[in-house]
Design a protein around this ligand. Structure first.
Ligand code: IPD
Ligand code: CA
Ligand code: CA
Length: 258
């Protein structure tokens, strides 16, 4: 199944690359929640590839055009273009993200960044890979030595929640906090040890599914903000190299308790 996920991700990635700078249509799902014709083209291609091999599997894809609920134990979580806002502006930090669940458990993740030609893959129990080379999370032990990444939900204009408190609390306790604009790549960079931890609230299953498998298989830790079991259907994720996980939880609690 991972081969099919890779085939779908590579094909969709080519679509994203070929259309970069040539978007025909931009629609608003919300004030800053955007979707383009390229999101839809990419999604159609991924769903076609998967359905050609597994016509009975369930599909949960962001743009929803081809979603299907069946009795199958398998469910694909698909973000055809993670980082749409970057994509629209020509900022080369976006990807395709595909995860597979079996009986509610995440069993594989594939993320493809077509600009850097970086293919991140992981299967449960088999380790995590970047272009077929094994990757592992960083060895940073202390928050003071860490480089972190986060994101903000499309609803940020209306509801900031604790986002900016968390951002400030981390900024004064680590070497830097980045906000790069693609949750799926952010998670893969934690898996590859380029970043030490990621947190975000307000995400959807298709944003987090694949990246969560990557981080776990790279030896990292994935939970909610309080350190409880990660659930891809709950909009909260804290993913780290494991070594700074407890410290991350404590900083998140500073704002949550107020
Ligand atoms: C968004 C990106 C972004 C995150 C947002 C997501 P989209 O996904 O992952 O990094 O901060 O919460 O909605 O809309 O570009 O697929
Ligand atoms: Ca997304
Ligand atoms: Ca998307």
């Amino acid at each position: 199944m991972i081969q099919i996920a890779i085939e779908a991700a590579l094909k969709a990635g080519k679509i994203l690359k070929d259309h970069l700078g040539q978007i025909e249509e931009i629609n608003h799902k919300g004030e800053i929640d955007l979707v383009t014709n390229v999101d839809r083209l990419s999604e159609r291609s991924i769903v076609e590839t998967i359905k050609a091999h597994y016509p009975h599997h369930q599909i949960l894809a962001e743009e929803g055009g081809n979603n299907s609920e069946t009795t199958s134990e398998y469910k694909w979580l698909i973000d055809p273009l993670d980082g749409t806002t970057n994509y629209i502006h020509g900022l080369p930090y976006f990807c395709v993200s595909i995860a597979l669940e079996k009986e509610g458990e995440l069993i594989l993740g594939v993320v493809y960044d077509p600009v850097r030609e970086e293919l991140f893959t992981a299967e449960k129990g088999q380790g995590a890979f970047l272009n077929q080379k094994r990757i592992t999370v960083s060895k940073v032990e202390k928050l003071e030595k860490s480089l972190l990444v986060t994101g903000f939900p499309p609803s940020i204009w209306q509801d900031q929640g604790k986002s900016f408190e968390h951002f400030k609390n981390f900024t004064v306790r680590c070497q830097g906090v980045r906000r790069l604009g693609s949750a799926a790549i952010d998670l893969c960079y934690v898996a590859a040890g380029r970043l030490d931890a990621f947190w975000e609230r307000g995400l959807k299953p298709w944003d987090m599914g694949a990246g969560a498998v990557l981080v776990r298989e790279a030896g990292g830790c994935v939970t909610d903000f309080q350190g409880r079991n990660f659930d891809v259907y709950q909009a909260e994720i804290l993913a780290s190299n494991g070594r700074i996980h407890k410290a991350m939880q404590e900083v998140l609690q500073l704002a949550e308790e107020r």
